[in-house]
Write a protein that binds this ligand. Structure first.
Ligand code: NAD
Length: 356
């Protein structure tokens, strides 16, 4: 069956890195029998310039009709002074909400070839391979009531941290299922000693653990998890956590690798439909210069193949090709090292295609 992939290049380096990912998709379609067709749309600043909104209804319709969405990045100084309601980032949030993408998968992988790029000692991070599963549509970022009020003569800001059992169960299931495809270990991160909502989190995840007897389950308080991530990150396989804890820990884990140009991400709904994007932004400082690293976006295609299109073998083909270009010592400026060969965005994409 032919699957539909909606491609949303977005802003800044978005179109440049997406062009390289599309080259890879074309090879898979033309040479390796991937049954997929590509559709294109506008989001972010590009959509605002076109129609005055960062997420046109047409784009949301296209995304709903697609099996998977591949997104570049949105935003840039050109749109910084816009009203919050129409800023490019709203396009992203609108897609996540509109598609009910509740599970955010953030791998932090450090290829041994790039171990020197980390600020940590190579022996601590070389070969790092963690998957952080972050709940994306609940918790304190969305909880009600929220707002500002007068209390005891002071202005007070308040938010609500709330999780229901079904919300915890569905993100737990994603984490356990992914662990089964990896090293079968889940570490659930909470603050159960202080917060009732995450005491419930621990209770539900513990209960679910009994149904996944083949997966080793552990629990960790978030403060300890932050320490362990920088002390001994290779102890983790899959980490599952709440929206806010995941927001912070996933960026921390990403920085362990020292190269945001290498890291993909996925946001999934309950049926496996997903939006795939690099974790970095639109990098306006290098946009249009052909310097951007396209590998995070190309690796996002690999995630799409694995988690939505059920084509794990093709995903692995891409990952092996990326390793091969690193072995050839090809580096974009962001990951450049002494003795390596510096290449631009298109040359890096071409090298991956050649390695495929
Ligand atoms: P950024 O990730 O765009 O850039 C941070 C630094 O990393 C810059 O020096 C940039 O040149 C570099 N960088 C990023 N991606 C790179 C790549 N693929 N190759 C080489 N170098 C790369 O973050 P920022 O500067 O804080 O934000 C810039 C814009 O992007 C803002 O408008 C922000 O709102 C937006 N943003 C968008 C997303 C998204 O679309 N998901 C995420 C974060 C930021």
């Amino acid at each position: 069956m032919t699957k539909k992939i909606l491609v949303l290049p977005g802003d800044g380096i978005g179109p440049e890195i997406i062009a390289e990912a599309e080259k890879v998709l074309r090879v898979l379609i033309d040479k390796y029998g991937l049954g997929a067709e590509l559709d294109h749309g506008l989001v972010g600043g590009a959509a605002y310039d076109d129609s005055g909104t960062p997420l046109p209804e047409h784009t949301l319709d296209q995304a709903r009709a697609a099996d998977a969405v591949l997104l570049g990045a949105v935003g840039g100084p050109k749109w910084d002074d816009l009203d919050t309601a129409v800023r490019p980032e709203k396009g992203l949030l609108g897609l996540r909400a509109g598609l009910d993408l509740f599970a955010n998968l953030r791998p932090a992988i450090l290829y041994p070839q790039l171990a020197d790029a980390s600020s940590l000692k190579p022996e601590i991070v070389s070969g790092l391979d963690i998957m952080i599963v972050r709940e994306l549509t609940g918790g304190i970022y969305f909880g009600e009531p929220r707002g500002f009020r007068e209390a005891d003569g002071h202005r007070t800001g308040f938010n609500t941290l709330v999780y229901s059992e079904p919300e915890i169960e569905r993100i737990g299931q994603v984490a356990f299922d992914i662990a089964r495809k990896r090293d079968s270990r889940v570490c659930s991160v909470d603050k159960a000693n202080v917060l009732e909502s995450t005491a419930l989190w621990r209770e539900v995840i513990t209960r679910m653990g009994a149904d996944y007897a083949d997966v080793e389950l552990s629990h960790m308080y978030v403060d300890n998890a932050a320490m362990q991530l920088v002390r001994a990150p290779k102890q983790f396989d899959v980490m599952v956590t709440t929206n806010m804890f995941g927001d912070i820990l996933s960026d921390c884990a990403a920085m362990l690798t020292g190269s945001i140009g290498m890291l993909p991400s996925a946001s999934l709904d309950a049926n496996g439909k997903g939006m795939y994007e690099p974790i970095h932004g639109s990098a306006p400082d290098i946009a249009g210069k052909g310097l951007a690293n396209p590998l995070a976006t190309i690796l996002s295609v690999a995630m799409m193949l694995r988690y939505t299109l059920d084509e794990a073998a093709l995903a692995e083909r891409i990952e092996v090709a990326v390793e091969a270009v690193l072995d050839q010592h090809l580096r974009t400026p962001d990951i450049m090292a002494e003795g390596a060969i510096e290449v631009g965005t298109a040359a890096m994409g071409d090298a991956v295609v050649a390695a495929l």
